[in-house]
Structure formats: C-alpha cells, structure tokens
Design a protein around this ligand. Sequence first.
Ligand code: ADP
Ligand code: MG
Length: 305
Amino acid sequence: MSVKVKNVSKYYGQQAALNNVSFEVNAGEVVGLLGPNGAGKSTMMKIITCFIPPSKGDVEVCGYDIYEQSLNVRQKVGYLPENNPLYYDMYIKEYLYFIAQIHNIGKKNINNKIKEIIDITGLNSEINKKIGFLSKGYKQRVGLAQSMIHNPDVLILDEPTVGLDPNQITDIRSLIRKIGKEKTVILSTHIMQEVEAVCDRAIIIDKGHIVADDTTENLSQLTDANFIIKIEFENEVDISFFKMIKGILKINNEKNKIYTLVCDKKHDIRAEIFKMSVQKGYTILSLQKEEQSLEKVFQNLTSKN
Ligand code: ADP
Ligand code: MG
C-alpha cells in the first residue's frame, strides 16, 4: 500500500474542510481526486505531503507515519502544489540544482540526475531560459521536474493542468501517464475528462466527504447502464405508482410534480409510464430522456446541498 488515509478530518476554525475521509492507494496506481472547488482536495494533499497536520485521523505513506516519520514521508513523496510556485528569476538548471541540493542528492550524482529529469520532462528545448520567461506549459514541466528529482515513489499533483491551453493539457497529461507507469500518482482535478484520460481510478470528494471511489471503468459503466427520465405532471401524483414499473433504480422528486427517474438501460419505460398515467388519470406535461454521462454523475454526486 502506497498511501493509506484513515478517518482524516481537518478543521479550519469551525469549518470542516475534510470530514472523516478514508481511502487507500496501491503502489503503481494513478488515482484522480476529483471534486468541485472547495471540496478539500488541496487540503488532503497538503496533509499527505506533511505540509499541514490533520485535526484527526492517520495517514501512512509507503508505510511511514506522517506524525512520527514525516522526514521519511517527505523523501518518498514528490509534490506539485496548487499554482506551481517557482522562482521566476532562476534558470531551469539552476533551480533544479537548488532543489536537488535540498534533497541531499550527492555532488557525484547531481548533474546526471538533473539531465535525466530534464529529458523525462521534455525541457531541453527551453533549457537556456529563465523560468519566468517560459510558457505556462513549460513552467508546469519545471514543476513536475522538481517534484520528481529525488526519485520519489509517490507523486502528489495538485491540479497539474489548470490554466493550460488544450495542446499543453494533452502534453502534460501524456507526461503524467508516462510517469504513472512507474510511480504511484494522486492528482487532483475538477475536470471529469482529465480523470478519464489519465487515471485508473477516481475518488470523488465533495464538501470534505468522499462520495464515490471506483475505477474509472466502473464509473463509466455505471453511467452507461443508466439513463434519466424527467417527467412533469399536471397535478400531484401518488409516488407508489412508479414503484410498479420494472427498471426504475431511483426516484427523485426535485420539485412539486416534477420527478427524475434513474432507470436501467435495459428497460425503456417511457411507453409504460404513458400507459399507466392514462390508466390512473394523470396528465403528463412533459417527459424527457437524458443520457447520463460521466460528467452528469459527477454533477449529481457533488451538486446537492
Ligand atoms: P479544493 O482544493 O478542493 O478546492 P481546499 O482544500 O483548498 O479545496 O479547501 C477546502 C475548504 O477549506 C474551502 O472551503 C477553503 O476555503 C477552506 N480552506 C482551505 N485552506 C484554508 C485555510 N488555510 N484557512 C481557512 N480555510 C481554508
Ligand atoms: Mg485546490
């Protein structure tokens, strides 16, 4: 097990940014921590990387305890913080040299190490520039390079593609996929497609709670298996009438007279709803079928107050 988070809560004053969060990440997995802004993603990452302590709960990284063995944890993790803080006045090599020294990489290895990481992150073409003069995509590569220079087993990447243009996003995603073949990666994002493109698994977090934790494949299948029917009736209806129809998984009554039905894809129940409504004397004002995308599942899981 690479990362083990157990019953972690974090309070900022009265506010619970994380509320009894537990999950585990196996060695070699690439996991997306997915959630809207303010969900608690960065807070979770700061705790795993020993930047801040939790208010409650335990975290282990590669078997090391964040309270008792934080130095070992920090040797095992590489961290790309939110907004990628860098020293803009430094040249790329100069900066990586500085970071390598902080990690106590010996004089003998340091130049080889820097060269290796520059190759991996594709920084060669821009190597003579100051960091401040790099495009955002290349700054992000420098951020990734610093996070990996000490060859950590676990990489924690906080919104690694935010603010990049579509080409840069594709580049950074494929770089992360490449890195993910050899390391455990936890990346945060509020973009569903990013998780689909890069991760094996998604942990969906909302308001400090985990609301889903599954492989991206299973999450997509879940959505493929279902579709949503929205019905508006003219008058109040007796909800038990829906329960007689086969294939309905869930009934939400969002507003008066408006119902959302989550249905099994095997049963197209629209005709049946019409027939039964006529029998019961209910008038349907509208009935729509919505295909449920992964994006929708994310919205459904994270938008309810
Ligand atoms: P995310 O990264 O998912 O956007 P954060 O972990 O940054 O979420 O924040 C979770 C919640 O905690 C937010 O409501 C945020 O305002 C609050 N928060 C984060 N850091 C602090 C802090 N240092 N002091 C007070 N509140 C904070
Ligand atoms: Mg954040």
